[in-house]
Design a protein around this ligand. Structure first.
Ligand code: ZN
Length: 326
């Protein structure tokens, strides 16, 4: 690098299957500029990476940042990666990127170091550096959405473990013999409280004859219901929705108890769409942890919502750059 002092800003890219976002971030975590784009698709070409690289250039131009001010680019990938080699191992929603060396693909257009990481890793790193966990060094993060992701930070670093599996909290078994999980196992947290698990539970209760506002809004059709609709109905006092949230909160609480004795965290951070449901979810989670983590005496007020929302992946990707120069 010609002049280290001039290089001060980082770009974070959060790559998703339908859209991607790019953000220009200062060392303190201040967002200078941000853009969002559709992710271009191809059967066999890594178009998404080319689009990301050109979006980085466009964003810098928009913010009047010169190429020699850029410290580096971080890229969050929706799937497992080999960060040291820069290779995307597998991207279920972007299979044309499987096995692609993302660092090489981006380096053709970007004259600065490129770093990659899994998107859940990025979200955890963002909350650790600039979000709910900025005052602690040890946390467990759960990202609740269609699936359940997460990460574990110890001694101010997000850890993946020697085999890259550490922090895969969605596959903690919370109900042996329960719903089948995408990983092939049964009863994983993701199978029980991911989108499909929540929606199926609501439908089952309605099929048992329970009345619910959900029957007018989504009926018993799996594809029409969503965790957000269930959370909204719970806020309105709908008993079926409240029961679904209570069961989800219970399973999450059980998983949190395991994390507490494994990682001894200062804080547990819950992110992703459904974490915004508030007390209807947090109350059963806290109740379960209060009753079932007696050995730790974990203060349930240390179970908190994430702060960076859907920008966490982008901020975390930028944080990869700043971490790399520490
Ligand atoms: Zn699983």
């Amino acid at each position: 690098m010609a002049n280290g002092k001039k290089r001060t800003v980082a770009v974070g890219v959060d790559l998703g299957g339908t859209t991607f976002s790019v953000g220009l971030v200062a060392p303190g975590g201040e967002l200078i500029a941000e853009q969002s784009h559709d992710t271009p698709r191809s059967d066999d070409e890594p178009l998404a990476l080319a689009a990301a690289a050109s979006a980085v250039g466009g964003l810098m131009e928009q913010a009047a940042i010169k190429p020699d001010q850029l410290l580096g680019v971080g890229l969050g990938i929706p799937g497992p990666v080999d960060p040291a080699a820069g290779i995307i191992r597998r991207a279920p929603n972007l299979p044309e990127l499987d096995g692609v060396n993302a660092v090489e693909a981006m380096a053709e257009e970007i004259d600065a170091p490129v770093h990659i990481a899994n998107d859940a890793y990025c979200a955890t790193l963002a909350e650790l550096r600039w979000g709910a966990g900025r005052d602690v060094e040890n946390l467990v993060m759960f990202t609740l959405g269609t699936g359940v992701g997460g990460g574990i930070a110890l001694d101010n670093e997000v850890r993946r473990g020697p085999h890259g599996i550490m922090g895969e909290v969605g596959h903690i078994i919370v109900e042996p013999g329960g719903r089948r999980c995408g990983c092939g196992n049964h009863g994983c947290l993701e199978a029980m409280v991911g989108r499909d698990g929540m929606v199926d539970r609501a439908i089952r209760l309605m099929e048992q004859g329970r009345t619910s506002v959900l029957s007018e809004r989504g009926g018993r059709r799996h594809e029409k219901l969503s965790p957000k609709m269930i959370a909204d109905a719970a806020h309105e006092g709908d008993q079926v929705a409240l029961e679904v949230m209570a069961t989800s909160g219970h399973y999450l609480g059980v998983a949190l108890c395991s994390c507490i004795v494994l990682a001894d965290p200062d804080l547990i951070v819950l992110g992703g769409g459904i974490a915004a449901a508030g007390d209807v979810l947090f109350e059963p989670i806290r109740r379960t942890v209060r009753h079932r983590s007696l050995i730790s005496g974990f203060d349930v007020d240390r179970i908190v919502p994430a702060e960076l929302g859907n920008q966490a992946g982008m901020f975390g990707a930028a944080a990869l750059v700043f971490d790399a120069i520490q």
